[in-house]
Design a protein around this ligand. Sequence first.
Ligand code: GLC
Ligand code: CA
Length: 534
Amino acid sequence: MSEYLWWKNGVVYQIYPRSFQDSNDDGIGDLQGIIQRLDYLKDLGIDAIWISPIFASPMVDFGYDVADYTAIHPMFGDMETFDRLLDEAHTRELKVILDYVPNHSSDQHAWFKESRSSRDNPKRDWYIWKNAKPDGSPPNNWESIFGGPAWTWDEATGQYYLHSFLKEQPDLNWRNPELVAAMENVLRFWLDKGVDGFRMDAVMCSVKHADFPDNPPVADDSPLKPFGFNLEPKYSQSQPELHNILHSWRKLFDSYPGDRVMIGETWVFDMDVLASYYGKNLDEFHLPYNFMATMLPWDANALRDLIQRYYAAIPAGGTPNFVFGNHDVHRPATRHGYRNHRSIGLLLLTLWGVPTMYYGDELGMEDGEIPVEFIQDPWGKDDPDLNLGRDPERTPMQWDDSANAGFTAGGVTPWLPVASNYKTLNAAAQIRDERSTLNFYRKLLQLRKTSPALHGGSFEFVDGLPDDIIAYLRENGDEKLLCLVNFSNQEYAVNISHVAAAGSLLISTDLSDPGEVDMNLFTVVANQGYVIKV
Ligand code: GLC
Ligand code: CA
C-alpha cells in the first residue's frame, strides 16, 4: 500500500476565521476560538485546516486586504496565540495552511504608503503606476473583478494605480525583483514557524502582460458573463511569466523539511489553463484549486462531463482536487437544494482527488438571510442586483441552540447574523442524532481514511445506468468500491450485476443500515448516494 500523504490523500477543511468561534465576546471569530474547536475538527476526521487571512488589515475585504503580511490582526489574537494554535493543531496531527495574498496588499500597507508618496520613491515600482491617456482616461480598459474600472487616479502624484479588486487593494508589481524578494521573505517567515502550506489568493492575477493591452470583450456564451464581467481577462490574468514565480515559490517550499504544500486559488474557466498550474514538471502548485463544480447546475450529465474533462486534462502524476463550497460562493446546500446536500458530500469525499470542505457544510448549513442593512461584503454593497454578495455563505458556525448558536455569547451582536435555522440545525444536536448530516460526514471521513480505494485508488465511470445517476468504481489492490449518486427526485431500481455479482453497502447518505445488497435489483432512492463494497 502506498504511503498516506496528507495533502495527496487527506482532506482540507476551510475555516473562515471571522465566523468560526468567538472567544472574547466581540462578535467576531478569533484564533483562540479555533483552538477551542480543534477537538471537534479532529473528531470530524479531517487532515488539515486552511484559515482565511488573519493578518493586520483594515478589513475592507475582510482580511484579503493585508496591511502587514507578518503580523496578526489584534481582532484575531496575537502571535503567541497563533504559535499556540499551530502547536495545538500539530499535537492533534492536524496540518495548518495559511492564506497568502500575492496579487495585492491593502492601501494601508507601509509599502503602498511609500509607493504613493512620490513618483521617485524607491517603492514606487512595487505597485503598478501608469500615466493617463492624453484625454485623461485610464491607461487601458481593464475592469476590476468587483466591478468598475481597475484603475484609480492618484491626484497627488498624477498617475493611475492598478487594482484587480477594490481600490483599497492596489496590485503589487511582480516584475519588480525587490518586491519578489520581499514577498518571498513573507513565505519564509511563516514556513520557518512550521506552517504546513499556503493557499495563494487570486494567484492568476499576479502577473500582467508587460504592455498592458486592452482586454477583449467577453463572448456572449462565456462562463464569465454570469459574474458580471464585460471583458475577457486575456492580458490581466494567467500570463506565461507567472509560472516562473510559481516555480521559484515551489523551490522554496521544497527546501523545507516535511511536506509543505502550495495550493493555488486558480479561479479559471479553461481546463488546459487549470492544468498548466501544476507546472511542466509538476513543479508549481501541488493543488491548483478546481472551482469548476461550483459553477455547475445540479445535473448529473454536466458533472460527469466536467469530471471526464478534468481527469483527462491533469498531467501524469498530478493530484486532482474538488471544491464545492467556499467563502466566495453560495452554500452548496442552497445552490443544489437541501435534499441533495449529503450527496454533494458523498461526491466530494469519494471522487478521485483531494476534497476541500467549507466550515459548516458538514452540518448542511445553508445560506443565511442578510437584511440589506446588515450587508458587509463590499461586492454585495457595490453590486446588489447581481446577487454577488458573499455574506450569506459567511454566517456564523452553528454550534448549538443557545442564543447566537454558541458562536458568541448571547446578547452580543455577531458581525453577521446567525442563520435562522440554527435552533434545529447545529453541531450539538447533530452529535446526538445518530443519523444526522454531521454523523454522515464523520462516518464517511472515517471510511475514506481507512480505505486505500477512496483516498488513493483508481477511478472509472460505470456505464449502463440511467443518466440521472453518476456511478463510478474506486479500486486499490483487492479493495473495490462502487459509488452511486442519484441526482434526481425520482427513485430508480437498477441492475448493477454487470459491476459485480455481490456487494455490500458500506454507507449511504440516509445512513440506512449497512449490509448485503441485491445487485440485480438495487433501489436508488431519490436524491441519495451510496458506497458499496463489491
Ligand atoms: C479571492 C478571495 C476573495 C477575495 C479576493 C480578493 O478571490 O477568495 O474572498 O475577495 O480574492 O483578494
Ligand atoms: Ca473575538
